[in-house]
Every structure is written in structure tokens, then in C-alpha cells.
Write a protein that binds this ligand. Sequence first.
Ligand SMILES: Cc1ncc(COP(=O)(O)O)c(C=O)c1O
Length: 415
Amino acid sequence: MESYKTQDPEVYSIIKDEILRQENELQMIASENYASRAVMDAVGSVLTNKYAEGYPNKRYYGGCKHVDEAEELAILRAKKLFGAESVNVQPHSGAQANMAVFLGFLNPGDTVLGMSLDHGGHLSHGSKVNFSGRIYSSVFYGVREETFLIDYDQVEELALKHKPKLIIAGWSSYPRDLDYKRFREIADKSGSLLLADIAHPSGLIAAGLYSDPIPHCDFVTSTTHKTLRGPRGGIIMMKEEHSKIINSRVFPGTQGGPLMNSIVAKAIAFKEALDDSFKDYQKQVLINSRRLAEILMKNGFNCITGGTDTHLVLLDLRDSGFTGKDAEKALSDAGITTNKNAIPFDPQPPAIASGVRIGTPGVTTRGMKEEEIDIIGELIVEAIKNGENQEVLISCKKRVNDLCSRFPIYKDLLI
Ligand SMILES: Cc1ncc(COP(=O)(O)O)c(C=O)c1O
């Protein structure tokens, strides 16, 4: 059978250009990473052909012997990696994983208490534009204005006032650790279920470098493609007592056939994450993000909370004269991909924003360490400060390309 390389030149050209973009530029979006060749091969394997509605040994289709083995292996490895009682590896994405929890344990109109989107939460935690805010009633907690740290007193106050069915502890752009024990105490006081959404820090948690939510939460959802470095997808970890309901809400509740190619790739990613080298990788991710924050601050920029406990730095541009939109564009012209991001109490609308979120998982996967982070930090500062000067941006991009050429990642895919 022909490969797309010869069978579909238009598609080949698009994929080739994307390989070159990922190879030659610095990918610093905090929710992205470079999956291993093994993970990507598995996503492109024959398991993509298989229908397997149901669960291992309880399928609605024949021919599932091998995909059953794949799913059981993924579950076994995820349990080992996170120490979870029960795991569902079928969610197509992080948002789908959250949806299964909502559908399983809430009725339409029930109240959810989550972190506000503009303080670092996620759309699927009750935002009005998402199913979670359209079907359910949402209340939001946030961070304190003086510290930008989560205001746990406010969480407790809101929980006692609104008695939410579900409290969500999780974020997309909060650079600090979470106190899951405190969330549990609050949930117990308000009679709420507790969901930790670890889509972002799951790799750090797997490596023991961020607080572990499993002992404290009823449900833990995650994506598998961010710090965890697997294929795109979601997982749900839960106490055994909740597994029957959750499994039935994933299938048939919200999804049809599971993506068995992604599930087998998740199994590979979990194996990679169980290896000691993954712990070293995550340690370096943290060293790199902390160093980056230091460099940016030394050069006069503010970072929300004055640093990070995670793989991301949230640059606060309010005092700099630049907006998040300006900075994202300047960095992009310099070959550094990031995203503009609202900061808490942002004076700018979300489409402009006063922040930029910068993550180190991708560059660390490429093997970049402190020495390279120093260069990257300088390039970020130079690019943002010279956002109107194309000459400087072109020179920055050249240095970015040179740096990337010393840390090849997918070059062999072009052969
Ligand atoms: C905290 C959190 N939850 C859920 C999601 C959704 O994941 P997905 O894009 O796979 O639906 C994200 C994605 O950025 C996230 O940051």
C-alpha cells in the first residue's frame, strides 16, 4: 500500500511543512510536547481500523482479542504510574474525560465550583461557552490579587454557601502547586465530590514532583499529551466505587467506539513515564522553567507569583508597555511559539490579554538544559522588546533555528 508521501502530495507537503516548523522553531506552548516515535507509530498503526465499543471482554464487536490486550495493558500501566484504584483510558480528550464525570454524578442544573477561566481555570470547568456551564450551574473561585495564589478561604466560603455537587481543582495557566488536602477538607465540609483535573501537571505528578491528588480526590482526569508526552487523549482515574458509573458515561454516555490506536499509544506513553529517565526529564522540565522565570525577571519582566512550581511561566506584561497579543506575535516572528494568555484581574480583553504562557516540556524533550534556556530567555526578551523591528526579529529567528539544529527531534521523519 502506498504511503501518503507518494499517494497524496498535497497532504505530504502540509505534513512536511509542519515537521519543519516543529523541528526548526522553539515549541513553547505549555500544553504541547514532542511525542516519541513509538507513540506516533502506534497512533498510525492498524489499530485505527478497529471498532471496539464496550470494554475488554465485553465488546459489541468481534475481533477484539488484541485490542482488549492493548486496553488492559494501558489500564495496568496507568494504575501503576499514578497509583489509581481504577482507570478509564478511553476518553478521546481531556474535555471528554471531564464530561463523563459531570454526566455521571451531576444532574442538569446542579452546581459546580471551579477555578475561573480568567484566573487560570479551563473551559470545561463551568464556562458559559462550554457544555459544563450551559447544562450546569457554575460558581468560580480565583486567586488573591496581592499574591496571585489560590484563595482557599474563598473556595471554602463559596463551597459552604453554594453546596456544589462537584468541586474542581485544576488549571490551565496557574504556575503553582495545589493543596489537594485542603480541597478535600472543603469538599467534605460542603458535602461535594472532588475532581482534580491534572491535564497540565500529570507528567510532573507521575514523576513525584507535584502534589499527588489521587489520595484526596474522587476523580482525577488528565490529558495524555501535555507533560505526560503521550498521544492526544484523556484518561479518568477514580475510586473503584465510581468506576461502573464513569465507565458507562464514557461509553455509551458520551462516546462511541474508542480510538484503539490512541489507547495503545497511551500504553506506550505510560511505559515511557514509568522509566527512571522520565523522572530525570521532568526534573529538567522544572529546572528549565524556573531558570526561564529567573532570566525573564532579571531582565525586568514580571512573572505571575514570582516564579513557578510547574512546567510553565506566566509572563505578566502589564508594566512593560506590551500586550500579550504583541508579545505572542513578536515571539512567533522570532520562531518561538507561545500563546497570549489572560492574567488574573487582566485589564485587557482575552483577545489582547496582558500575559504570555511559556512552557518548557517541548524544549526539554529535545534535550535542552540550563545553557540553552539562558539563550532562549535572552531571545524572548530581545524579541518582545523589539516586536516592531523586523531586522531584530529575523536575527532572533536565525539564532532560534541554529539552536534547534543542535537538538534535532523529528529530522529522520523527512527521509
Ligand atoms: C485543565 C485542562 N483540562 C482539560 C483540557 C482539555 O483537554 P483537550 O484539549 O484534550 O480536550 C485542558 C486543555 O488544555 C486543560 O488545560
